[in-house]
Design a protein around this ligand. Structure first.
Ligand code: ARG
Length: 458
């Protein structure tokens, strides 16, 4: 008999053992225990206030739930697979504890609106935490920018030396990316932070419930407006997972740069030993495991988003059991994003920057060629012609094993009579960087102003 089940009434046969295991979610949804209990307490209080259940029952329910909460937190609660999920594990324990009153808790509620509530309660706290981790990472980036304010490095396009930039400017590029991630998280929070409870199984409830009161008790600024949508909507989780995927993509690009920068070929940075591991065979190795793993974990966060999008894609309204598959990818995304941000915030703070190596690299690869062209433009030559002149001087340098700053005045003038002595000052690394003064440029004064702006929180 399925008499041990809270829904056993209409069943004559017991549930097949493997079906029980297969359909259960308790192994992963038990992490919602706190939210489930908090939601049930608020629901019970509202039922009491509305005169739907006796006040004495409300007291017993709240007290009983409090005890269950303490038991779970002390690790003294036996979760049972035959009770399927966290909702029924807790409710059934409550009824065993306090009898009749416990059996009144589920009045005017369904597991469908209950689970939607639990996930929203859970996710909103996690988003606040993720925002705080993003803030920590941004602080580490600002720290590195200030420590290495004037360090010059090569800027790349196509991973080929392009123009010299400040290392601090490069750090601030990531500040921009992670600030957008934070804004996306906070925007998504607005849609997470809505109370779905009161939708019942799908159509609402016949009891005179007060949803706004529950919202107030649980600190929700709004309630959902359509019962069908309330129990079948997982957009808020998808939005969070999309924002997380973009965030991980940023961490992955940063990882890739750190991996390249810490090779013996580049030697731009040293990641501290605590964030690297050695090789079991090659004694000289120090591998950048942390950025590699974060780059790898980006794949699972994308996969999680795809998994939930695919779960949802053809579901008819309203609730379908398919939706139980929302939790593992969601939880995994939360854990992965939090872990990656935390480890990055610490790793970036401890990273050592090799200013000399960066500077040497920045001086190579004709990185100031554009500055020669800009110099000619300031002298009156149209940009396209200037581009041609400089292209020829680069070709000359390549065939003569020279660099642009090595050219004599005679050599310069063979490319254009417009070139004068000032050329030498125009193509130093500092001149190149500091000439880029417009908003968003890499000039020192501009970078310093950006750091101030970011620190003042504007
Ligand atoms: N464990 C279920 C889930 O995670 C709770 C909702 C179950 N509702 C139902 N009608 N079977 O989705």
């Amino acid at each position: 008999m399925a008499k041990d089940k809270l829904w056993g009434g209409r069943f004559a046969q017991p549930t097949n053992k493997f079906v029980e295991e297969f359909t259960a979610s308790i192994d992963f949804d038990k992490r919602l225990y706190h939210q489930d209990i908090r939601g049930s307490m608020a629901h019970a209080r509202m039922l009491g206030k509305q005169g739907i259940i006796p006040m004495a029952d409300v007291e017993a329910i709240v007290h009983g739930l409090q005890e269950i909460l303490e038991q779970i937190e002390a690790g003294k609660f036996d979760f049972s697979v035959s009770l399927e999920d966290i909702h029924m594990n807790i409710e059934s324990r409550l009824s065993a504890k306090i009898g009749e009153a416990g059996k009144r808790l589920h009045t005017g509620r369904s597991r469908n609106d209950q689970v939607a509530l639990d996930i929203r309660l859970y996710l909103r706290d996690e988003i606040v935490e993720i925002s705080a981790y993003l803030e920590m990472l941004i602080d580490s980036l600002i720290f590195q920018a200030e420590e290495n304010l004037e360090v010059i490095m090569p800027g790349y396009t196509h991973l080929q030396t392009a123009q010299p930039i400040l290392f601090s400017h490069h750090m601030l590029a990531y500040v921009e990316m992670f600030s957008r991630d934070k804004a996306r998280m906070e925007d998504c929070l607005k849609r997470v932070d809505v109370l779905p409870l009161g939708a019942g199984a799908l159509a609402g409830t016949t009891f005179p419930i007060d949803r706004e009161h529950v919202a107030e008790l649980l600190d929700f600024p709004a309630v959902t407006r359509n019962s069908l949508d309330s129990v079948s909507d997982r957009d808020f989780a998808l939005e969070f997972m999309s924002a997380s995927s973009i965030l991980m993509m940023h961490l992955s690009r940063f990882s890739e740069e750190l991996i390249i920068w810490s090779t013996s070929e580049f030697k731009f940075v040293d990641l501290s030993d605590g964030f690297c591991t050695g090789s079991s065979i090659m004694p000289q190795k120090k591998n950048p495991d942390v950025p590699e793993l974060v780059r790898g974990k980006t794949g699972r966060v994308y996969g999680n988003l795809m998994a939930l999008l695919t779960v949802m894609k053809a579901l008819p309204l309203a609730y379908n059991k398919d939706m139980q598959e929302d939790k593992e990818p969601l939880f995994d995304t939360i854990d992965t994003v939090k872990g990656s941000l935390k480890i990055f915030a610490d790793m970036i703070r401890e990273m050592k920057v090799n200013a000399g190596t960066m500077r040497q690299a920045a001086a190579k690869g004709f990185s100031t060629a554009t500055d020669v062209a800009d110099y000619l433009v300031r002298k009156g030559m149209p940009f396209r012609d200037a581009h041609e002149v400089v292209g020829k001087s680069v070709a000359y340098c390549l065939s003569h094993g020279k660099d642009l700053p090595d050219l004599s005045m005679e050599e310069w003038q063979s490319f254009s009579a417009m070139i004068g002595e000032e050329i030498y000052d125009s193509i130093t690394l500092e001149a190149s960087v500091n000439a880029r003064r417009a908003t968003g440029g890499t000039a020192l004064e501009r970078v310093m102003a950006e750091i101030e702006r970011i620190k003042s929180g504007k």
